[in-house]
Write a protein that binds this ligand. Sequence first.
Ligand SMILES: [Zn+2]
Length: 489
Amino acid sequence: MVRGGVHKSTPLNAPGKQTASSSLELSAHARSILEQCGLSVMAAASVAVQRALGKRIVPPLVVILGATGTGKSKLAIELGRRLQGEIISADSMQVYKGLDIITNKVTPEEQAQCPHHMISFVDPLVSSYTVVDFRNRVLSLIEDLHHQEKLPVIVGGTNYYIESILWKVLLDTKQKSGTDIKRKLEIMGGPELHKRLKEVDPDMAAMLHPNDTRKIARSLQVYQETGIQHSRLLEEQQKQEGGDGLGGPLRFTDPCIFWLHSNMDALDKRLDERVDEMLSSGLIEELKDFHQRFNEKKIQENSQDYQHGIFQSIGFKEFHEYLTAGADVSQEEREELKMKSVEALKQATRRYARKQNKWVRNRFLKRPGTYVPPVYGLDVTDVSCWEQTVLHPALDILNCLRKGEQPPVEPIRVEGEGPRNKRSHHVCELCDKVIIGDMEWTAHLKSKNHQHHVRKRRNAEESTEHQQDVESNLASAPKYPKQIVKRLV
Ligand SMILES: [Zn+2]
């Protein structure tokens, strides 16, 4: 059982610990906002309770990461059953009622094996459920579980939902109207918002692309609600003890993180098979029913929006054409649309799996800083020996952590290529484009579009220089293309 264990001296989030903000002249208001996002009252209460009880749940939580289709739920249930755990889903689509198949919810049979939380409780027509709502509920849930000496097992899922639990990354401006303000702002469009942001928070504006409407609106909203620049608040958060270039400090000391990874070919095959399984367990009926109940009217009113709420689910928008095909569409065409949608779903699922792995690599394995939690890799490629290769190693690791011993396996760590600036501002004059981020800039320089402009410019210069050569009769004019390209980029 995971309980008792060593009583570690000072938890990271112990109350009274001074943050770096004391050295900065911040208003009391700003400090209170930082405290709200940094040191949650609940976390502090939880520490107090643990002290009073004289014991702690060790590790305080288990997090199971992994791309879709790697068997996270299965491991979570097996661990939960054996270790008095309860499972918390960290999936932004699973919080909604409906679309159970396409969003991969655990079945009622699986739920009966171990209690699950954060599944199917938000009305599908609600589009204002946010990661802040999620975080607040999960933090109090974790506190409850700790009271009951139960182990919280977090399964995810959605990147920023998991990050909001592990790190103090979110700014909580505590305004009920928050989403309204943001929506209203978004309507104005990126370029206009960008102009406004430039006036109130030029640092943040320089880090955001003028078309990144959502993020610009968010920064303006933060400014409107707090009177403090968003860039300033983020900087403060990163400066807190244990913070790094990606956000604030860890919320819980020594969480146990597993990453289920697989050979990609094997995973792709499994993902395709899973889509086929979804189809045979009634996916089409589920989508049709959901479409009729929640989407049809919106489409008639021309207010359909696949960008918010449950309508963003992978697999729903891919069936748009099929679901909205009119009565005049023949059975044959309808079948064809269905096949196309299924193919699109398979593609989107593979893309999503890659995105999830990339996130684990960038935000965990390559994370800069000194407070990086260890991530234990478990290879799920061969499911035929799952107990030996996945379950037992996971149990061994947890057992060691509980006893305060070093687990027999080393956590995975990938050395990053040095900190990259994700928010650097670049202007390509050749293409007349604004590009944010070093990686994006490198990609742009290699892009076909950019190369096309480089060639165009080079040809133009060649002909001018050729003209000049002829005119000045310089037979020994240098051959230049390479240098010119360099100068241009
Ligand atoms: Zn360019």
